[in-house]
Design a protein around this ligand. Structure first.
Ligand code: GLN
Length: 207
């Protein structure tokens, strides 16, 4: 299996480290041979079975994606069924509607959700919590850093996790997964494992 990490800006190394941890955990099994590639150009999507969109600053990523033309390539790939997992800014990029962003920001319409950027306010802009996560047995230790909230979901969207006040912080639709928080910062591997299972099930290879 080959997984790309969008590497125009943001927390690429944390995802790479988490995927390597998963590979180590599954040594000798198919996931033990995980190939990881950083994606900055269209040619680097070649052969990937899934793409991770990291945390960072969604408006900066948006600008860089527009400049390189990757925005259109990624939107089309998502339409074709490319499995994707976005954390925080990555979730924002995967949304179909974004509130409280810059007027020139773009997003990729991979998930039928409306997200609000920086939705936790100043006092709670960064915090951690152990959260029940649908499809994962143990509570997930979630790190929130100026995180977005999912304010609306379309009918095909499954809610996987809510923060302590009940707002939606993880969703799944088709081949796309997104979390407002950063398991890759907490050292949690289970959400990435869930994503790899989705990639396996999808059986998609980018050509
Ligand atoms: N607030 C950032 C944004 O709007 C996201 C923060 C993050 O990815 N940790 O892009």
């Amino acid at each position: 299996m080959k997984i790309g990490i969008l590497a125009v800006q943001g927390g690429v190394a944390e995802h790479e480290r988490t995927l390597r941890q998963v590979a180590e955990k599954y040594e000798g099994k198919p996931w033990g041979d995980l190939e990881i590639v950083q994606v900055r150009r269209e040619s680097q999507l070649e052969g990937i079975n899934g793409l991770i969109l990291p945390g960072g600053e969604s408006t900066t990523m948006s600008r860089l994606l527009t400049l390189s033309g990757l925005d259109k390539v990624l939107a089309a790939a998502l339409q074709e069924g490319l499995p994707a997992y976005g954390t925080c800014a990555g979730m924002i990029l995967l949304a179909s509607n974004v509130l409280d962003t810059r007027p020139d920001a773009i997003w990729l319409h991979g998930l039928d959700i409306t997200v609000r950027r920086n939705a936790f306010g100043r006092q709670r802009d960064s915090f951690e919590a152990d959260l029940a996560f649908h499809g994962i047995d143990e509570p997930v230790h979630a790190t929130f850093i100026r995180a977005p909230i999912v304010e609306e979901i379309g009918s095909g969207v499954e809610v996987l996790c809510r923060e302590p006040e009940g707002r939606i912080v993880a969703v799944h639709q088709g081949n796309v997964l997104a979390t407002s928080f950063h398991p890759e910062v907490s050292g949690v591997t289970e959400v990435h494992e869930l994503f790899l299972s989705m990639c396996e099930e999808a059986g998609f290879t980018y050509k």
